[in-house]
Unconditional design. Structure first.
Length: 301
């Protein structure tokens, strides 16, 4: 029951605004926080907080941001022994969060551009889950996923941010987790509203037999298409404060539960609950719930 994450490590500069700016518009922020972030670090943190032994592979710079990220990951229970320190800045994300909880994010790659997959997949127990995203070099993600599959691990790819290089990586994953915007990008057009349209697009995205495509639908929950079945999980109705990191929370908890041998439906339900808890707090990693909080919310649902 091990989760191995290969991905980005950022500090998040989070600015609170009344509303998100339009193109060319300047708006004033009324709040500013410096928080841990990066999709790799976020997903590893979510997994570790949920109780799964979690190893993060990535890179930080030789600056104060890198030192802070290493300390924060260790405090969250993430094994950071495979994180390398390189000359230059740590990745940085500028995050704008509106009063409605929506966000806009601009990323400075920094040390993430130097992240390298390991020479061999770490030895681990049964049900290992390997997790990757698209904020580190695509060639290294491809190597990581191939190593993981050769080692018998379940591979989960979150192709975010969506880009052309990510399309070639979809076939390497046992499970692809993406949102509606990313689904539209990879299927070449807008996806109509409604479960039937989302399911049709998800099945078009499937690149090989026995693959799962999991589409997160924000407050509407998740739709997952797999071999011979479709699962539709509703999300709890909550007051949204900040959606930053909700998708990463979902991925990390999903990986953690699958690494324990949970069935897909149960793992998806708990991942949805975890994401619903995260959106009620500010920040990405800073908003992620513990396993105890998720299980208490399950009892209340």
């Amino acid at each position: 029951m091990t989760v191995v994450v290969f991905g980005s490590i950022n500090r998040d500069l989070v600015m609170r605004v009344r509303r998100l700016p339009l193109a060319g518009e300047t708006v004033a922020a009324y709040g500013l926080e410096l928080l841990p972030g990066g999709k790799g670090a976020n997903q590893a943190t979510a997994s570790a907080l949920h109780g799964a032994p979690t190893l993060l592979i990535g890179a930080v710079g030789d600056d104060a941001h890198g030192a802070a990220m290493l300390a924060g990951l260790t405090a969250a229970g993430v094994d950071s022994s495979a994180i390398v320190q390189v000359a230059g800045p740590t990745g940085l994300a500028h995050v704008f969060v509106s009063d409605e909880g929506e966000n806009q994010i601009v990323i400075v790659t920094g040390a993430n551009g130097e992240a390298r997959a390991p020479l061999a997949f770490p030895s681990c127990a049964d049900h290992a889950v390997a997790v990757a995203q698209a904020e580190v070099p695509a060639s290294e993600v491809a190597r990581f996923l191939a190593l993981a599959r050769d080692a018998g691990a379940c591979t989960l790819f979150n192709p975010a941010p969506a880009n052309a290089e990510g399309a070639a990586l979809i076939a390497l994953a046992d499970m692809v987790v993406l949102n509606e915007t990313e689904l539209a990008f990879f299927t070449g057009g807008n996806v109509s509203e409604g479960d039937d349209a989302v399911e049709a697009a998800a099945r078009r995205l499937m690149a090989r037999d026995r693959q799962w495509v999991v589409v997160t639908l924000g407050g509407e929950g998740v739709l997952a298409c797999g071999p011979g079945e479709t699962l539709r999980i509703a999300a709890p109705k909550v007051a949204v404060v900040d959606t930053t990191g909700a998708g990463d929370t979902f991925c990390g908890v999903l990986a953690a539960r699958l690494s324990e041998g949970a069935g897909m439906a149960q793992a998806l339900q708990l991942a949805c609950i975890a994401a619903s808890l995260s959106v009620q707090r500010v920040g990405a990693a800073a908003s992620m719930p513990t396993r105890a909080e998720v299980e208490a919310a399950l009892v209340r649902s």
